[in-house]
Structure formats: C-alpha cells, structure tokens
Ligand binder design. Structure first.
Ligand code: NAP
Length: 272
C-alpha cells in the first residue's frame, strides 16, 4: 500500500484529507501529515488517531511515496527545497497552487508532478477537481490520484493551458455564484418587505432545487430557461435583461481574471 504524505493543513488540506479519509480509500495508518501550526491538527488527531503527525515536513517526505503539497502558493518553493533531498525519483508530488506552472515546479523537483485545482465544494463531495499530470507520471500513478479526488467530487483531466479558465469555472466560481446571489437577494429585499436574510434563505433553497433539476433530473440549462420563461410571461422579461447585461459582464470577468492569472504567473516565474 502506498504511503501518503500531506504538507499544509489549511482550508484545502483539511477538506481534501478528511474527504479522502472518510471515503475509506486512504487508510489512516498509511498517512503522515505535517503543517506549520501543529495545533490545527488536533481535530484530525482525535478523529484519526492512526494518522501519523510528523514533527516536520522532512519526516513527512521520508515516510511518503506520494506527497500532497497543500501550502499557500508562496510557500511551495521553500517546502520543496526543504524536502527535496529526501525525495526519490519514485516520489510523486501533487500540488494545488493554480498559478504555479508544472514547468516552474520542475525546476526545483525534476520528478513526477501532478497539479490539481480543487474546489471548496469538495467539502460536500461535489464540484470538480481539475487535474493535470506531467508526462513522467505513469497511468497507475495518475489513476490512483484521480480516484482519490473522485471520492470528493467529479474529476476532469485537462491540459495545463486550460487550467486558468478551468479554475475560474470550478474553483473561483463558488465565490462568483455566491456574489451573484448576494446581489440578487439585496435587490429582492430593496424591492419588497422581505429582509435580506429572508430573501437569501428563499434564494438558497431555490438555488439548491435548481442545481438538483440540472444535475439530478438532467435538465439542460437551455431547457430549464424555456420551461420557466414562458413566451410573453414575466420571467421572459427578466431573462431579456440578463441576456442584455450578462455576456459583456462575464466577458469582462474572464478578461480580468485571465490577466490576473498572467500577472501572478510572471511574478512567480521570477522566483523559479
Ligand atoms: N481555498 C480554495 O478554495 C482553493 C481552491 C483551489 C486551490 N487553492 C490553492 O490551495 C493552496 C492552499 O490554499 P488554502 O486556502 O488551503 O490556504 P491556507 O488555508 O492558508 O492553508 C495553507 C496551509 O499551509 C500551511 N503552511 C504554510 N507554510 C508551511 C510550511 N512551510 N510547512 C508546512 N505547512 C505550511 C499553513 O500553515 P498555517 O496554518 O500556520 O498558516 C496553512 O495551514 C493555495 O495555493 C491556493 O491557491 C485554494
């Protein structure tokens, strides 16, 4: 059985590691974890006493065939430099920092590398993890990682060139979607006697139902719009407003995020 190491137990590390362990695909006694603030591991330690809490990242690296690197982007380089003499050519490094190209990471670790863009929706085992494997990763190794991420949602294998827009669609979008519905509830409240909280509650319930219709009942997006926006009706008028405003808004959003991805990537390139 492969030995698995996790370095960095923040928002994503907690969600993903707990998801893997809950699925039963990872056995706690095969897992070693280290993170900067050790006290953050107390809940994990309590729930999974067989998980090894390492004293440092080097111990995690020494124990592991696969290392999941879940630190913030700016810490990835230092951590790899710290552990790299303890890695073998068989070690498989998996990291989740969108802005860090595999080519950049390869300059400090010339081995098997996989980049994953997870989503906060993994906490409820939904949403999509985008995965990109370097050519040095074997089918068996990539299958193992893909199947682990399938325990916390869907998996889509993508070319690294598509990861920026892909990350906007799957990883940034929970915030975009929440923002859209925040504005929707504010204006709903402004135009009625509903409080913002009441409007939010109604919208969240409707959003959940809409997701179920799309995901479980197989409605296509176009079908759902036509089913609700009957010809000459009130919904159709609202949809017309969105038709006028949204294409430009989303085009602007993608232009802006793509530019930001590029700025961050070129700053990072200077460090690698
Ligand atoms: N949050 C998302 O929705 C999301 C989605 C996709 C990808 N990502 C990417 O995932 C990465 C992590 O994001 P996050 O939101 O989980 O960040 P986070 O909450 O800040 O977690 C990072 C963790 O790494 C730990 N750490 C930092 N330096 C370390 C070191 N040298 N050794 C060991 N542990 C160290 C931090 O320790 P402390 O607790 O002491 O700070 C923290 O627990 C980022 O690159 C981000 O871009 C995030």
């Amino acid at each position: 059985m492969k030995k698995i190491g996790f370095i960095g137990y923040g928002s994503m590390g907690r969600v993903i590691l707990n998801g893997f362990l809950e699925s039963g695909m990872l056995k706690p006694f095969n897992v070693t974890v280290s993170t900067r603030t050790r006290s953050k591991l107390s809940e994990l330690e309590k729930n999974y006493p067989d998980v090894e809490i390492a004293h440092n990242n080097i111990q995690t690296a020494q124990n592991s065939d696969i290392i999941f690197l879940f630190t913030g982007t700016s810490d990835v380089k230092n951590v790899i430099e710290e552990i790299k003499t303890y890695l073998s050519e068989k070690t498989h490094l998996v990291y989740i920092s969108a802005a860090l190209g595999i080519d950049m990471v390869s300059t400090i670790f010339d081995g098997k590398i996989t980049k994953v863009i997870p989503s906060i929706t993994s906490e409820v085992h939904e949403g999509v993890s985008l995965i990109c494997h370097h050519e040095s990763v074997s089918i068996e190794e990539s299958d193992f990682v893909d199947n682990l991420f399938r325990t916390v949602g869907d998996v889509k294998i993508v070319d690294e060139a598509d990861l920026d827009v892909g990350a906007d669609i799957t990883s940034c979008s929970p915030a975009f979607i929440a923002k859209i519905f925040q504005e929707f509830s504010i204006e709903a409240s402004n135009n009625s006697t509903f409080s913002r909280e009441e409007a939010e509650k109604m919208i969240i319930s409707t959003l959940y139902g809409t997701s179920k219709l799309l995901y479980e009942k197989g409605y296509g997006i176009d079908d759902l719009i036509s089913a609700v926006a009957t010809k000459g009706g009130i919904t159709e008028e609202g949809v017309k407003i969105l038709d006028n405003e949204l294409p430009e808004l989303f085009n602007e959003l993608f232009k802006t995020t793509i530019k930001k991805h590029q700025i961050i990537q070129s700053k990072l390139k200077e460090q690698y």
